[in-house]
Design a protein around this ligand. Structure first.
Ligand code: UDP
Ligand code: MG
Length: 332
């Protein structure tokens, strides 16, 4: 007798392994591509229950980063390279990679190996236990200079004072997000992308894992003091309107004090008569309030500039080529 078996119902098909995408922005990191490759693939070997893909973004590097990344694709088909048309900055590069990633979970990761790849399995374990987002928190910033540590603390304090969406201290971009969180992130349309803030804004069930951050394995930081300062302003203005409102309250307080002082002068003049001196105090008051007004106009300008940039609706990044195995450089 021939018995036909319906394989679709027998449950014999092995379940698909979950795919984890590691998203890595590269900007002039040519010297480090090989050590990055070795370090990251070593982690994958021990994680047999998962498939991995590495989405590398070449953020308009001027060295041989792109050629070396393309070389990786020949060695390992898990690697894909998004080549941007120029340098768009880390936030845009990360956005490009997250858009391109196909994984059930996505892990943004720095090319310079400052974040230990060994932590990726720890993030995955926490994700499997049910977390939507697993964020990695640096408990030791010893690798950063004293000034960078202090300014970082000041920035986190300032940001959280101003912004309704709080970012946890010492949590960078290194984290794991499940597909739902990634899809939520992709819905945020803004052009000025302060990723740390966007990550915090989406919410989701979040778990924190502590680690200590290494010094750069190679190369030098791409963020100068001035760039970091602008980055900080970008972050605060993207998430808070408190700096705009502040001036109304300061103005009201100033008006109140001035009015009280005016009443005082009128009463004093009626009692003691006219008193001519006061040139110095007058000048100080004029200059002081003039400066305050300039600062407040400057703050308005910061926001106006951002509104202007947003209204242009330009894309966050432009892709020149998507390099991947079997599709040799699919032109977009
Ligand atoms: N990066 C980038 N585009 C840029 C600047 C930086 O893609 O315009 C990448 C860089 O290659 C690295 C990551 O962003 O993989 C973090 O940069 P970096 O290590 O210089 O920052 P730091 O760790 O000093 O804050
Ligand atoms: Mg770094």
């Amino acid at each position: 007798m021939i018995v036909s078996v319906d394989h679709s119902l027998s449950g014999a098909v092995a379940p698909r392994k979950k795919l984890v995408s590691v998203v890595v922005p590269f900007y002039n990191e040519g010297d480090g591509v090989d050590s990055f490759y070795r370090a990251i693939t070593k982690i994958f070997e021990k994680q047999c229950d998962f498939e991995f893909e590495v989405v590398c973004i070449d953020d308009g590097s001027r060295d041989d980063t792109l050629q070396r990344l393309i070389g990786l694709i020949d060695r390992d088909q898990r690697f894909r390279v998004v080549e941007l048309s120029r340098n768009f900055g880390k936030e845009a590069a990360l956005t490009a990679g997250i858009d391109e990633a196909l994984g059930d979970a996505v892990v943004p990761f720095d090319a310079d190996l400052q974040d230990p790849p060994e932590l990726i399995p720890v993030l995955i374990a926490a994700w499997l236990k049910g977390a939507d987002v697993v964020q990695a928190r640096r408990i030791d910033r010893g690798a950063d200079s004293y000034l960078k540590q202090k300014t970082a603390v000041a920035f986190y304090r300032a940001f959280n004072f101003f912004s309704p969406a709080k970012i946890p201290e010492n949590v960078g971009d290194f984290r794991l997000m499940n597909r739902a969180a990634v899809n939520a992130l992709k819905k945020l349309p803004e052009r000025q992308r302060f990723m740390k803030g966007l990550f915090a804004w989406i919410g989701f069930n979040t778990v924190t894992v502590d680690y200590s951050r290494n010094a750069r394995a190679f190369g030098t930081t791409k963020f100068s003091g001035w760039k970091l300062w602008n980055f900080a302003i970008e972050g605060i203005t993207s998430f808070s309107t408190v700096p705009l409102k502040f001036w109304s309250y300061l103005g009201a307080l100033g008006a109140l004090l001035t009015f009280s002082y005016a009443v005082f002068i009128v009463v004093r003049t009626m009692i003691f008569g006219v008193d001519v001196p006061g040139y110095a105090s007058l000048l100080v008051a004029v200059l002081f309030f003039g400066s305050l007004q300039l600062i407040s106009v400057g703050v308005l300008g910061e926001y106006l500039g951002r509104i202007y940039m947003e209204t242009k609706q330009r894309p966050v990044y432009l892709v020149r080529h998507l390099h991947q195995r079997n599709a040799d450089a699919k032109q977009l």
